[in-house]
Design a protein around this ligand. Structure first.
Ligand SMILES: *[C@@H]1O[C@H](CO)[C@@H](O)[C@H](O)[C@H]1NC(C)=O
Ligand SMILES: *[C@@H]1O[C@H](CO)[C@@H](O)[C@H](O)[C@H]1NC(C)=O
Ligand SMILES: *[C@@H]1O[C@H](CO)[C@@H](O)[C@H](O)[C@H]1NC(C)=O
Ligand SMILES: *[C@@H]1O[C@H](CO)[C@@H](O)[C@H](O)[C@H]1NC(C)=O
Ligand SMILES: *[C@@H]1O[C@H](CO)[C@@H](O)[C@H](O)[C@H]1NC(C)=O
Ligand SMILES: *[C@@H]1O[C@H](CO)[C@@H](O)[C@H](O)[C@H]1NC(C)=O
Length: 492
């Protein structure tokens, strides 16, 4: 039940304090806020009217930190963390940092207790049993959900499964290689082998399902303030061969700026949130397939591989002699910020997990909800972003390298649409006292729209209010009166 994003906010404000419920927050790492305090300072949103409740309050408090009176959506990592911590202090909530779940005890379709262990140094003697009446799994991974035997899936459904059009394998044009980029180590010579990062699998039929995951990366905070800057040095396991496709891309497209392969969003105080851009960038395509169901050990390895890949990318652009001088010079103006992530070598604590497990809950959100053709009546949060899936594989098609999986659809931002309460509760036949606001019940393609941070915050807030209602009425989470819940959340 590691708490990510602002899901905690309501838990504290409402449950713990106002409603007299006691709350314990368990965070697997050492920081609250997930990717929001971990580098994602460039907030994605569609129509701002979808940002409501404590999510709005969060962005308002960020604004106040920068001396503004309005909501502010671009910010530095440490500022987001200070704001998260302010909610904790105000509500006087105890946080178990550095603990993660190992098992759950179920009695009569209810989680009675869970056992957590120290994440950094697990030993039976430091394990803790936590007994509670309600559990909210706010993690990116859904480990409480899985330990509680609540059904879930991951990967991409076929379009046929739920009558969708943009799910499954999608070979489209955004973040795509231009035609003519050779995939082989020796151009034109198949027996020389594929360049690093290219799969030898055959491209599957458009719209077919699989267990591939949209790629992860880090949202990278760097600074170009010389006094605050630490040089980017060669990372562990550095291998320039991993970046040869970037050289072929640069030869083909002759970019004037590195911004063509590194999305640069400026943050206050001369910092950035660097994100993926184009066909070959920080997204570590295909490196995450084992993540959703992986053991803690497996995930740790995957996280390290992503860190090495992203740091290696930055180092390569700044130092490799094959990179044109003007691009190297541009990269070298940036460095790790001295005043961020001080306990983690100035590197973020949070990998950007765009998607992992997804519950098979009471209601399944599909692309029709995100398009507004199916509208739920038990909406407890709003979403308003286009369906956004990053690439999931890199393959050879007609002798050329191509990415597959990137979908940005529809082109315009959807009108704010409601996310069903049924998508955060398990099936009634499975479990009665767990809510799952992040690994919620949605198809891969619908998740691409719902997964924006403010919507997670709203879903977390709603889950906390619902948990209190279920406690007070002595009912299951499935029996919560959603009309009353919507009223409490001020959702029409
Ligand atoms: C916070 O909790 C501690 C320990 O339970 C208690 O001593 C203290 O009075 C509480 N403070 C507030 C402001 O509620
Ligand atoms: C979950 O299901 C497995 C397989 O049926 C079973 O062995 C395990 O005890 C269940 N876990 C809990 C917490 O009930
Ligand atoms: C599939 O969805 C379309 C809208 O996208 C709808 O018109 C059609 O009736 C649906 N078909 C089935 C079998 O549900
Ligand atoms: C192709 O690559 C293989 C393996 O590296 C090498 O043995 C062979 O000589 C190459 N062929 C040509 C025509 O370069
Ligand atoms: C650059 O960083 C230094 C050290 O943190 C700080 O004192 C200075 O104000 C910063 N300069 C600018 C222009 O922000
Ligand atoms: C809550 O409901 C259960 C049955 O659903 C019942 O056994 C229990 O006594 C109830 N508790 C209270 C405090 O009403």
């Amino acid at each position: 039940m590691a708490l990510k994003e602002a899901l905690l906010l309501l838990l504290f404000k409402c449950c713990a304090k106002k409603l007299g419920k006691s709350v314990v927050l368990i965070e697997s790492g050492r920081h609250l806020g997930g990717v929001t305090s971990g580098g994602l300072g460039f907030t994605d949103y569609g129509d701002k009217s979808a940002i409501i409740g404590l999510a709005e309050d969060f962005y308002h408090r960020i604004g106040v930190k920068y001396g503004k009176t309005t909501e502010t959506y671009t910010f530095e990592p440490h500022v987001a963390e200070v704001v998260y911590n302010s909610y904790i202090t105000e509500a006087n909530v105890s946080v178990f940092f550095d603990y993660r779940i190992i098992s759950a005890k179920i009695v009569d379709k209810k989680v009675e207790s869970i056992v957590v262990e120290k994440s950094s140094d697990s030993q039976i003697s430091t394990n803790v049993v936590i007994t509670a009446k309600m559990f909210i799994d706010c993690s990116y991974e859904g480990d409480l959900m899985s330990r509680a035997n609540i059904s879930y899936t991951f990967g991409r459904e076929s379009n046929a499964l739920h009558n969708e059009t943009h799910n499954g394998v999608q070979m489209l044009t955004k973040h795509q290689f231009p035609d003519g980029i050779d995939p082989y180590v020796i151009p034109g010579n198949k027996s020389s082998g594929l360049l690093w990062g290219i799969s030898d699998e055959t491209l599957a039929r458009q719209g077919s399902g699989d267990k591939k995951i949209q790629s992860f990366n880090y949202r990278i905070c760097l600074t170009n303030n010389k006094t605050n800057r630490i040089d980017i040095t060669k990372p562990d396991n550095y291998n320039p061969q991993h970046f040869q496709l970037l050289i072929r891309l640069i030869e083909k497209t002759k970019p004037k700026s590195m911004r063509s392969f590194l999305k640069q969003d400026l943050m206050p105080n001369h910092k950035t949130d660097f994100n993926n851009e184009g066909p070959f960038s920080t997204d570590a395509i295909a490196m995450n397939y084992e993540y959703p169901d992986g053991s803690y050990e497996t995930r740790k390895k995957i996280v390290k591989q992503h860190e090495d890949y992203n740091k290696g990318f930055l180092y390569f652009v700044g130092h490799d002699p094959q990179v044109p001088q003007h691009l190297r010079d541009e990269m070298l103006t940036w460095g790790y910020p001295k005043d961020e992530y001080k306990d983690n070598n100035h590197w973020t604590h949070q990998l950007y997990i765009r998607e992992s497990r997804r519950m098979s809950g009471q209601y399944l959100m599909t692309e029709r909800n995100a398009l507004g053709t199916d509208v739920v009546t038990d909406g407890i949060a709003m979403a308003s972003y286009r369906m956004d899936s990053h690439n999931a594989e890199r393959v050879v098609v007609n002798g050329m390298v191509k990415n597959e999986g990137d979908v940005q659809w529809p082109q315009n931002y959807p009108h704010p649409y409601p996310v069903s309460y049924g998508s955060v509760v398990p099936k009634s036949s499975e479990c009665h006292n767990v809510l799952v606001p992040v690994c919620l019940s949605a198809t891969h393609i619908a998740y691409g729209s719902i997964r924006m941070e403010y919507t997670f915050m709203e879903l977390g807030e709603a889950s906390a209010v619902a948990a209190v209602m279920a406690l007070e009425a002595n009912t299951s989470v499935q029996e919560v009166d959603t009309k009353a819940l919507k009223e409490k959340l001020n959702i029409k």
